[in-house]
Design a protein around this ligand. Structure first.
Ligand SMILES: Cc1cc2nc3c(=O)[nH]c(=O)nc-3n(C[C@H](O)[C@H](O)[C@H](O)COP(=O)(O)OP(=O)(O)OC[C@H]3O[C@@H](n4cnc5c(N)ncnc54)[C@H](O)[C@@H]3O)c2cc1C
Length: 302
């Protein structure tokens, strides 16, 4: 029986990232996020190790963790995901600028929203809108600034986006479309953002939800082919036949996905190929659902 070692660099057991917006909105508690792992009694051949993998050696077929320990492999699956894209806007490194990708981000944002008066969310896509709704607590004002011509411009037509904008505004979120952020302004603290149109929006917090960047550095440093993501064939193999890549870090037929379903489909195919030698991934149909925007915010007072 093969031994399966799972490495994760976040200091907790795996959790449901999709539910982070619900956590931010106060609709669920932290415990509801946990994804249970098999116990050593159930699956003695499985182990989960909290550690950063720093290096892949394709010649010796080993990975090295942050403590310098080497772990050998017959097959390696890279599933390093993606991180928030941080646009190069002047002022983006000020304190008070946040991203929303992991549990730590959600915890920082939850603490911030209690004392924030006005938060600007940069990006009117799926994540920006879910975050905006989640932040609409404790009487905090929220403004979404979308560079594209309409909300969720990749998924929605003008008409559908117009209706969505009405719904979002009904919740009390201000929406500004067709206007990127040129600068984040302030001294010790954030005071405002300057839009490309020259408008100044006063705020004390900025949340960047401007897309994602696949985590490809580990693969690239190991000499594995990388384009936008780690390039894989229909068997989810990288340029090294014993190394696979799945999820948001990989690129298949020129496409990277930012959703869970393609990742699950890729994982199923990769597992089938690894165990039985045959299966094909031909790409995924994508359908995204805005989870929280239509429900009412929880009643909470500052
Ligand atoms: C708030 C939020 C809401 C979302 N909602 C939806 C939704 O409703 N529907 C949907 O389809 N998608 C949603 N997504 C996107 C979805 O979460 C991702 O598509 C999915 O998590 C990608 O899975 P993954 O395994 O590829 O990457 P990840 O979930 O990012 O997992 C990769 C893990 O690998 C770790 N890692 C990276 N490098 C290393 C290393 N060197 N060593 C060890 N560990 C490492 C990372 O820290 C991370 O824990 C949402 C995302 C967010 C942030």
């Amino acid at each position: 029986m093969a031994h399966v070692q799972l490495f994760g660099n976040e200091p907790y057991q795996p959790y449901n990232r999709v539910q982070l917006s619900a956590l931010l909105a106060g609709e669920i508690n932290r415990d509801a996020l946990d994804i249970p792992l098999p116990s050593s009694c159930e699956k003695p051949n499985f182990s989960y190790i909290v550690s950063v993998i720093r290096h892949i050696n394709t010649a010796t077929k080993t990975v090295t963790d942050a403590d310098g320990r080497e772990h050998g492999f017959d097959i390696l699956v890279i599933a390093t995901g993606a991180r928030a894209h941080v646009p190069s806007i002047p002022g983006v490194d000020r304190s008070g600028v946040y991203t929303f990708r992991n549990l730590k981000d959600a915890e920082f944002l939850s603490a911030r929203v209690v004392r924030s008066r006005h938060i600007v969310v940069v990006g009117g896509g799926l994540l920006g809108l879910e975050a905006a709704k989640g932040l609409l607590r404790f009487n905090t004002r929220v403004t979404v600034i979308q560079q594209g011509p309409r909300l969720m411009n990749r998924q929605l037509s003008d008409e559908a986006a117009g209706r969505l904008q009405e719904q979002v505004e009904t919740l009390g979120i201000r929406v500004i479309v067709d206007a990127g952020v040129r600068k984040i302004q302030g001294d010790q603290t954030i005071q405002s953002v300057l839009t490309n149109d020259g408008d100044i929006i006063e705020c004390d917090t900025v949340l960047l939800c401007a897309g994602i960047k696949p985590n490809v550095e580990l693969a690239r440093a190991a000499g594995i082919s990388v384009a936008t993501g780690i390039t894989v064939n229909d068997q989810l193999q990288t340029s090294h036949p014993d190394i696979y890549a799945i999820g948001e870090c990989c690129e298949h037929r020129g496409l990277t996905y930012g959703l869970v379903t393609p990742g699950f489909e890729q994982a199923t195919v990769a597992a089938e190929v690894i165990c039985n030698g045959r299966a094909h991934y031909v790409g995924s149909q994508v359908a995204s659902r805005l989870k929280v925007i239509l429900s009412k915010p929880p009643l909470q007072q500052r």
